[in-house]
Ligand binder design. Structure first.
Ligand code: FES
Ligand code: FE2
Length: 325
């Protein structure tokens, strides 16, 4: 099983959006394990295995009271950093056993997302400089579950040759099937991939592209950050930029979280939800196709046939296999 590979544990994965962590504990899955996430009294989100150290009730079945996670079985309370601060049966204020504290996992909130790393992080969350640039706004999309492996998702997000087939309902142009020569390069510190220029259908009109006309020209780049993050950048001739971070998280081998985040230097006049409706529709097209394929993507390149247009995903797969080795 892919998710049993220890190396995968040392990277950051999106399991929720910050806004998902409100006044109730949230149950999430990552690499085959269950975690509970809640916002503790300090305001920091905390993530821990979804298991009460007392009798193993999933703590996500409990409640949050004044920031403390409360187990529904015997009422033990957990505060900042997962510290057990109360065992009601022992009497309020009495010391608690040291083993009652929760073994928390590394957590960061960035880009409106909750990122977990169950092991020892060996890399940072990939950088999106637009986050700190006032010319851009960020639009979050919510977290979905896709019934497919994160490997198939990343492979798909690195691929452009499916556009005229899978995406004819959104931006794909049926006649543009030929993929020009792809030159792979280090796009910047965090992403490896390729830059290219395309003509795309403008079905969403100026809401997406800031311009009218049936077909618009885009300068684009697509790059990956191991293991499963992909960034796509779109630049229109008007100077409008639309940056997309695509995050795929293995819940287990065959189901994944998917979320995307947009940064955009438009005039902020169109509501975010209208802007991302188009990207949502594109994602739904990919999801529908990938959910037809059983199993994980084989990392052995000989198990599938690849052609010139698959160069980016072949390189991503090669590097992923090396990371896992
Ligand atoms: S099982 Fe959680 S307090 Fe007993
Ligand atoms: Fe796609």
């Amino acid at each position: 099983m892919l998710i049993e590979n220890e190396a995968l544990r040392n990277y950051w994965y999106v399991v929720a959006e910050s806004t998902d962590i409100s006044d109730a504990p949230l149950a999430v899955r990552l690499l085959g394990d269950s975690y509970v996430v809640w916002r503790s009294p300090s305001g920091d989100a905390v993530a821990a295995p979804d298991r009460c150290p007392h009798r193993e009730i999933p703590l996500s079945e409990g409640t949050v009271e004044d920031g403390c996670l409360v187990c529904p079985y015997h009422g033990w309370k957990f505060a900042d950093e997962g510290r057990c601060v109360e065992v009601p049966s022992s009497g309020v204020g009495r010391p608690v056993p040291p083993a009652a504290h929760l073994p928390t996992v590394s957590m960061q909130e960035k880009y409106g997302l909750i990122w977990l790393c169950p092991g020892d992080p060996v890399a940072d969350i990939p950088l999106m400089p637009a986050e700190d640039d006032d010319a851009y706004r960020r639009i979050n999309s919510g977290v979905d579950v896709w019934n497919t492996s994160a490997t198939r998702m990343t492979d798909n997000f690195m691929d452009i040759s499916h556009f005229p087939y899978v995406h004819v309902g959104t931006f794909g142009i049926p006649d543009l099937q030929n993929v020009p020569q792809i030159n792979l390069e280090q796009l910047d510190d965090d992403y490896f991939g390729y830059a290219y220029e395309v003509e795309v259908g403008n079905s969403q009109g100026s809401t997406a592209s800031g311009q009218e006309g049936e077909i618009v020209h885009r300068r684009m780049s697509t790059g990956f950050n191991l293991p499963f993050t992909v960034r796509s950048t779109i630049q229109y001739e008007t100077g409008l930029e639309h940056l997309i971070l695509l995050c795929s998280t293995p819940r287990d081998d065959l189901t994944s979280y998917f979320t995307f985040v947009i940064w955009r230097n438009d005039d902020f006049s169109v509501p975010g939800e209208e802007i991302i409706a188009f990207d949502r529709a594109i994602g739904a097209e990919d999801k529908a196709m990938l959910e037809k394929v059983p199993g994980v993507l084989p990392l052995d390149q000989k198990a599938t046939v690849s052609v010139q247009s698959d160069k980016p995903s072949v390189e991503w797969r090669r590097r992923l296999a090396a990371l896992l080795d």
